[in-house]
Design a protein around this ligand. Sequence first.
Ligand SMILES: Cc1cc2nc3c(=O)[nH]c(=O)nc-3n(C[C@H](O)[C@H](O)[C@H](O)COP(=O)(O)OP(=O)(O)OC[C@H]3O[C@@H](n4cnc5c(N)ncnc54)[C@H](O)[C@@H]3O)c2cc1C
Length: 289
Amino acid sequence: MYADFDLLVPEKLDQALAMIAGARSARDAAPLGGGTNLVVEMRAKGEGPATLVSIGRLAGLRGITIGDHRVTIGAATTVSDILRHPGMADAAPALVESARVFAGQMVRNTATVAGNICCGSPAADLVPPLMALGATVTLQTGKSSRDVALDAYFTGYKASVRQPDELITAISWPRPDAASTSRFYKLARRKGDAITVVGVSVLVAMKSGVCTEVRVALGAVGPCVFRARTAEALLRGQAPTAERVARAAALAAAEATPIDDIRATGAYRKEQVEVLVGRLLNQTIESLS
Ligand SMILES: Cc1cc2nc3c(=O)[nH]c(=O)nc-3n(C[C@H](O)[C@H](O)[C@H](O)COP(=O)(O)OP(=O)(O)OC[C@H]3O[C@@H](n4cnc5c(N)ncnc54)[C@H](O)[C@@H]3O)c2cc1C
């Protein structure tokens, strides 16, 4: 059963921003992307925002631009849009890998990138690759706009720096060059339509046999998706010997604080973080050598 709510469908961004301008909490007014999270939750709980402001018809919020130096995707870009774009396999290999194992076809066709970030789930599949890619989120109100690094966006379980009157309008990251690559792996009961048990994404950049950049993002093993910074620091500026990669993977596992739930124990999740981080680091390093 749904509680009563108003559905507003603006055609212009300034109209949408005006509609959420007065919101003091998500119970007043909330943006509506594909509704694959919000509407499902509203039905399950029998409560939700008094007003939903659809972003589906806002011109300019859906689409992918691959520039010389930056890749930008509009907030309303869907998971299927990512898979259909011919340039994304080069511009964001890890993001394409996560889109491939995301839900089923019908959900992929409507689920948006901003919705995945804003649902705040530690198991949200697009977030680890976007974090590994070094993504920035653009948050806009009727009066101002600010860019927040995705790795500084989450403040806890389903908590973030986003204010109720802010709309995510875009997500962007530096266009990777030939000296870097990224991977994502979703450990789950099935490849699609299953909640992630452990999600791992890594990005490695190499020059003259040394790792010039390393980012490791972990999903479903803490209150929110986060970067395993001690693991990254151990490899950054170093030659990635087998021993150093194994130590970095162990450090990543030490940073994870997973819970036990019906899908897996915390201990199993921790063990798998070490296995998967080691595997993805080795795969990326090998492909760059
Ligand atoms: C059957 C099924 C399978 C699923 N499988 C997966 C899966 O494999 N992996 C996965 O990660 N998720 C999965 N999900 C969850 C869900 O599909 C995703 O989180 C999806 O990306 C949510 O996007 P949406 O556009 O539908 O968001 P919505 O449901 O529309 O919104 C989610 C939240 O984001 C807010 N929001 C939306 N857009 C904006 C914006 N531009 N600015 C600010 N706030 C915004 C809303 O107010 C709401 O709080 C699944 C869901 C279902 C029903």
